[in-house]
Design a protein around this ligand. Structure first.
Ligand code: AP5
Ligand code: MG
Ligand code: ZN
Length: 226
């Protein structure tokens, strides 16, 4: 059963924690759009736009795209009608500057962040998850060759699209992204804890276990409006 909700949900967690995996499920159950800045940059790159080419030079090195570029892109995405009731934010904000910008974007519409679930995972687990990840070229669905394999190797269960490995999924880039996360993004855990919005989830559980905890927290925080 799906329940429509309203509110802005900020998914926190390191690269490979499972933000995208969980957001895919949440989007179907609570009927709020999944806005992932990494996916927006990859879509821009596929279209070969200036934004996409600029972002690629940062993504391939495992470092963050500059805040001004990222914030402008998110503002534009928020301008679309589907985000008027709320959104599931995945990979944004990623710096304190982005979190402050998000607060002011939401304040303009009389809203604020509703909850910031933090999917907590050890570094060993992150590396194992990132190493086995495959993504659908068609619909963006996320698989893992051991933990969440598709029914047919190399083929997406949902849309029949081809599965590929992201160009930033190399062992060197994984370590760099985790380091950048610890330096620039981990401070957001305290940022949201201080505001009473943080909700920790044990991310070491299997996908369904994490999802059960996450859905309970999110349902508790977002008002049901169906
Ligand atoms: P982005 O695309 O956001 O990548 P990321 O943050 O590094 O996170 P990932 O997508 O790697 O991990 P995830 O948590 O979504 O895990 P997933 O669900 O796939 O960003 C990429 C780049 O874009 C950045 O490096 C930066 O350059 C740029 N960028 C993006 N946003 C930006 C911003 N705001 N500012 C500046 N730059 C920005 O799961 C991983 C794997 O594990 C999958 O195979 C999955 O099947 C498996 N898995 C998931 N959960 C479980 C589980 N519970 N048990 C077992 N396996 C699991
Ligand atoms: Mg992701
Ligand atoms: Zn697909």
């Amino acid at each position: 059963m799906s329940t429509s909700a309203s509110g802005y949900i900020v998914l926190l967690g390191a690269p490979g924690a499972g933000k995208g995996t969980q957001a895919e499920r949440l989007e179907k159950d609570i009927e709020l759009p999944h806005i992932a800045t990494g996916d927006l940059f990859r879509a821009a790159l596929k279209q070969q736009t200036e934004l996409g080419k600029l972002a690629q030079s940062y993504m391939d090195r495992g470092v963050l795209v500059p805040d001004d570029v990222t914030i402008a892109m998110v503002k534009e995405r928020f301008g679309q009608a589907d985000a008027s009731r709320g959104a599931i934010l995945d990979g944004f904000p990623r710096t304190v500057e982005q979190a402050v910008a998000l607060d002011s974007i939401l304040a303009e519409r009389g809203a604020g962040v509703t909850i910031a679930p933090y999917i907590k995972v050890s570094t060993d687990t992150l590396l194992a998850r990132l190493a086995g990840r495959w993504v659908c070229r068609g619909c963006g669905a996320v698989y893992h060759m051991l933990y969440s394999p598709p029914a047919r190797e190399g083929v997406c269960d949902s849309c029949g699209g081809e599965l590929y490995q992201r160009s930033d999924d190399t062992p060197e880039t994984h370590l760099k992204r985790i380091q950048v996360y610890l330096e620039e993004t981990a401070p957001l855990i305290e940022f949201y804890r201080d505001r009473g919005l943080l909700a920790e989830v044990d991310g070491e559980q299997d996908i369904e276990g994490v999802y059960a905890d996450l859905l309970r927290l999110v349902r508790g925080a977002t008002q049901s409006s169906s």
